[in-house]
Write a protein that binds this ligand. Structure first.
Ligand code: DHB
Ligand code: MG
Length: 215
């Protein structure tokens, strides 16, 4: 590479992560409680929450959809970037995770801005109206990402954002034997070739796809 570029090391990464908005005590407690409930600790990183808030604010987003609520951590981060009448519609297929998320959302300062939809993405997404969202965040079962992308491209308006988590396949992107990682490699090729999006993988968290819906 002849262009000047600084490869980001762990030291750089810790440096930048310490210099953006941090999670508050409420979100820290939510994660501790989620661990006690046996919910897997696969929520987004705080610096990713901060970055996603920036994107949503720059896009003047009001309506967001999310596939994969888990504990509600990312939904709360995103909802806090929206205006008072904004809304995150978040989809969760695990009843236990949905119960946990709803309990914490109801205790949060954005309780009126997050609605949990119980069911699988492939069942719920088709019920959402075309052009009814300004942004989508895909963060669920990796084998179905392409289906979630197709539906999100219908639901998000032109000029809106498509975000997708885990572009780096849980740190195992190049592991040929890992099923989740191979699903992510296949999805990454689809994103790279998707003509209706201008997109790039941003190396926050486990790799975050940021796509702008051009048409
Ligand atoms: C896994 C899923 C995620 O969404 C994530 O951020 C990390 C790991 C997983 O299924 O292992
Ligand atoms: Mg994820």
């Amino acid at each position: 590479m002849s262009e000047y570029s600084t490869p980001v090391t762990v030291e750089h990464f810790k440096y930048l992560a310490a210099r953006t908005n941090q999670e508050d005590d409420f979100l820290g407690e939510l994660k501790n409680e989620a661990l006690r409930h046996g919910i897997p600790p696969i929520w987004i990183a705080p610096e990713q929450g901060s970055f996603m808030q920036l994107l949503l604010k720059i896009a003047h987003a009001r309506e967001v959809i999310e596939v994969g609520t888990l504990a509600g951590y990312s939904a709360i981060w995103m909802a806090r970037a929206l205006p008072p009448d904004g809304r995150v519609r978040t989809i969760e297929s695990s009843g236990g995770h949905a119960d946990f998320a709803e309990r914490w959302i109801s205790k949060s300062n954005v309780r009126n801005r997050v609605k949990v939809f119980r069911g699988r993405g492939e069942e719920i997404l088709p019920q959402f109206e075309t052009d009814s969202a300004d942004a989508a965040f895909i963060d669920a079962d990796k084998e179905n990402y392409t289906l979630y992308l197709r539906e999100s491209l219908r639901i998000v308006r032109q000029g809106g954002l498509i975000l997708a988590d885990n572009a780096f396949g849980f740190g195992r992107l190049f592991d040929q034997k890992d099923k989740g990682a191979s699903a992510m490699r296949a999805f990454n090729e689809i994103m790279a070739r998707e003509k209706s999006l201008q997109s790039i993988i941003v190396p926050v968290g486990d790799g975050l796809w940021v796509g702008l819906k051009l048409s």
